[in-house]
Design a protein around this ligand. Structure first.
Ligand code: HEC
Ligand code: HEC
Ligand code: HEC
Ligand code: HEC
Ligand code: HEC
Ligand code: HEC
Length: 266
């Protein structure tokens, strides 16, 4: 009984956080839109449509670590400050979108140019696409059709999708990444929610390392020298800190309480 009340309390906090951020009740994003980032620091001012970036497509092809450590994108929408000149010089989007063949010989369409080449207006619009009726090359439904389903977020169980080999995210980019020693993952462990009757959270280093390496979490999100050295509460997680850095906008969202609070209690 007591536990049910406490859980109710946290569900209310979750709703309140969503409300406070937008001032209106947040609609749950459609599976296709979960992880979508709109980037518009400079585009509209330059007379172009804002840029739309989709995580579902990119994360199926590359690890989080590759983009957020090696390429160097920030983990908060709009804060990297990507400029057309960066992309043209082969940084940020331009580290892949450069029109050159990669290791497998696939060419990824080029990003920005100084001017709009008359025959290539469509190329600009593939990224500068907000509000334009652009038909993407990849259709979400067709692309994810065979992936194991999840309840929230993209509606996909990405963990299983990767484990079954349906996606094989690349973790190395020629000319950008540095060759590193393979790292052995730390032991999985249980986190106790410091609340009587709340089920423990099983945290899997092994499963997280597939996507995130070590550097995405340590030392910025978790100091990680010793288990328990970082103190955090569910309220801070709802606020987008700690586990909430990823589990609010790209990895499965916090509404999926049971995926973290798994260990059953009597
Ligand atoms: C192909 C590159 C790429 C990959 C792969 C990628 N990201 Fe991102 N991510 C981005 C970009 C670009 C942004 C937006 C940065 C900006 O606007 O300055 C972003 C933003 C984010 C944000 C902030 C979102 C928001 O709404 O504020 C989070 C969280 C995030 N990524 C987590 C992840 C996780 C977790 C993974 C792996 C499952 C991942 N990313 C994979 C490029 C990538
Ligand atoms: C690590 C490499 C990498 C980075 C970095 C990257 N992309 Fe991509 N992106 C890809 C690949 C590979 C594809 C698939 C291209 C293809 O098959 O033609 C793609 C496809 C796309 C598409 C086309 C989707 C469709 O269905 O038509 C868009 C739009 C896009 N990326 C936007 C961006 C933007 C914006 C950025 C920077 C904020 C970015 N990408 C950064 C590798 C990358
Ligand atoms: C692979 C994705 C991608 C493609 C394709 C692309 N851009 Fe961009 N572009 C970006 C991103 C990301 C930004 C930063 C968006 C922002 O903050 O407003 C940007 C910003 C810009 C800006 C803003 C001014 C500045 O100095 O940064 C201009 C101008 C621009 N792009 C021109 C172009 C032109 C012209 C084309 C087509 C020839 C093009 N871009 C194609 C991703 C792309
Ligand atoms: C998704 C985030 C994440 C990733 C990725 C990650 N860790 Fe951790 N790590 C944690 C958390 C959470 C803790 C516990 C910290 C706490 O409770 O203070 C932790 C704790 C640790 C500890 C202390 C363990 C103990 O028993 O006291 C070490 C050492 C560590 N991590 C090393 C690594 C290494 C090496 C990698 C890459 C192979 C890695 N971590 C990847 C989140 C992560
Ligand atoms: C750097 C980003 C990041 C952080 C921080 C992070 N995660 Fe994750 N986590 C992921 C990604 C990516 C997945 C793969 C599944 C997905 O994307 O939905 C995942 C998967 C999981 C899974 C499912 C794995 C399984 O066992 O099937 C659990 C449970 C989980 N995370 C719990 C946590 C907890 C608890 C924390 C905080 C202590 C945390 N995560 C912090 C990115 C992150
Ligand atoms: C991404 C993983 C994750 C998800 C999803 C998640 N939690 Fe938690 N939760 C945690 C972690 C980690 C802690 C433990 C923090 C600590 O005490 O070290 C925690 C702690 C708690 C606590 C104990 C009080 C506190 O602040 O520490 C409550 C109650 C709780 N969660 C409720 C919920 C409810 C309700 C949901 C669903 C709406 C939920 N959690 C979803 C990871 C998660």
């Amino acid at each position: 009984m007591k536990r049910t009340l406490i859980i109710m309390f946290f569900v209310l906090i979750a709703a309140a956080v969503a409300f406070a951020q937008t001032g209106v009740k947040k609609k749950r994003p459609l599976p296709y839109d979960y992880g979508k980032v709109v980037i518009n620091n400079y585009s509209e001012k330059a007379g172009l449509a804002p840029v739309v970036f989709n995580h579902w497509l990119h994360r199926a092809k590359f690890t989080c670590r590759l983009c957020h450590v090696d390429v160097g994108f920030a983990m908060k929408a709009g804060t990297t400050g990507i400029k057309a000149s960066d992309n043209i010089s082969g940084y940020y989007c331009g580290s892949c979108h450069n029109g050159k063949p990669d290791a497998e010989g696939n060419k990824v369409f080029e990003s920005c140019s100084k001017t709009v080449p008359p025959d290539e207006k469509n190329r600009c619009q593939r990224c500068h696409s907000l509000g334009k009726n652009v038909k993407p090359a990849y259709d979400f439904g067709a692309f994810t059709e065979r992936f194991p389903k999840g309840r929230f977020g993209n509606g996909i169980d990405w963990e299983k999708t990767e484990a079954e080999g349906l996606v094989k995210p690349v973790d190395f980019l020629e000319g950008v990444s540095i060759k590193r020693q393979a790292i052995t993952a730390q032991k999985d462990f249980a986190l106790s929610p410091k609340l009587e009757g709340m089920p423990d959270i099983i945290f899997s280093h092994k499963k997280h390392t597939v996507w995130n390496g070590c550097e995405l979490c340590h030392p910025e999100i978790f100091v990680g020298v010793k288990k328990g050295s970082t103190k955090y509460s569910m309220i801070e997680i709802f606020d987008g800190k700690y586990c909430g850095v990823c589990h609010t906008s790209v990895a499965f969202p916090l509404t999926d309480c049971q995926r973290c609070h798994t260990k059953s209690v009597q």
